[in-house]
Design a protein around this ligand. Sequence first.
Ligand SMILES: *Cc1c(COP(=O)(O)O)cnc(C)c1O
Length: 396
Amino acid sequence: MNNQKSRQTRLLHSNYRLPSEFSGLTVPTYRASTVLFKSAKAMRARDWLSKEAYTYGLHGTPTTFKLESLLSEIENAKHCILAPSGLAAIALVNFAFLRAGDDVLIPENIYGPNREMGDWLQEDFGITSRFYSPTIGAGIAGLIKPNTRLIWTEAPGSVTMEVPDIPAITKVAREKGVIVVLDNTWSAGLAFDGFAHGVDVVLQALTKYQAGSSDLLMGAVLAQSDEMYSRLSLAHKRLGFGVGADDVYFILRNLPSLRLRFDKHGQSALEVAAWLKGRPEIGHVLHPAFEDCPGHDIFRRDFTGSGGLFSVLFDAKYSEEQVDRFVEALELFGIGFSWGGAHSLCVPFRVTGTREDWKYMGNQLVRFFIGLEEAADLIADIEQALSALDWQSSSP
Ligand SMILES: *Cc1c(COP(=O)(O)O)cnc(C)c1O
């Protein structure tokens, strides 16, 4: 029968049927926009929200469902939704829960583009965004208004590294019916259990440790409550935040080594940070495991480990120009945003804004991401670069 069709059509509609039994250790990369239904009746009956079946590429394939389920395992979550980047995941949360007339509270030290989105919500969407000190703890109660809908948190803030008292914030928020969202990217979901500490929604920039190779962008939003999950799913559908199957596959491929990599980054970061702490050029080491770091006690109480990301403040006598020279003199550290891949990175950051809680406006801040290179080599590199601070020293 088929032979009567033209060659061209037979290329698209062949009689060949794949044998049914195949078993491997990986989930295949299902690339699909269209999902085929067995009948018109099956198509009409399909509930796009249900993960018991497939509807359209945007809403998931076996590849994306597998990643969502593994991420839920890591964070002890009931539900997970993927988004095209960490920032898209932030937008998804804001679109799911906020509407005109609402109020949102955002910590001063939150991931910069999240802060910028807060400003945008206020300027163009009729929402008030207010910024609070990350060390506020139970004091957040004084800021909650009847229309406060959402509180953002990040543990710790990924530049200035203050560790917030999440249980204190979630206790107050629960009493007042306010949703708490945690950006848990710093700990990869491994070193801090957001849901056990009372948050409603957890966010991950999978771009970092989960991707693990500095080569793709993705985000995830996780929740426990079915009602919150429906709101998030609806926002995801309406925004069209689908993800590419190949990117998902790359994450699935790197996920089994997540714990090993995170622990290795963490161990090396502690070594490098301890060495930096002993250097006269460094004023403070902002790593939650160090006493200089605001919220260190909370870190000891609530966290089970740390990864590769921390910051240092140079002694106040060094200028921005001198610290830029230091950064450029590093050979093993790339200058670049993001982190969580194999390679060490560093970025000089200007702390801006009207931060009354930030005591170090006069000190230059450099954020380090410690990669998988040998810690001793990284220390030797930093040591040689520190001498660049004093090259043709600028006048006092
Ligand atoms: C990188 C990052 C994001 C955003 O992730 P992208 O995938 O780069 O959009 C959000 N939050 C934190 C804490 C991050 O470090």
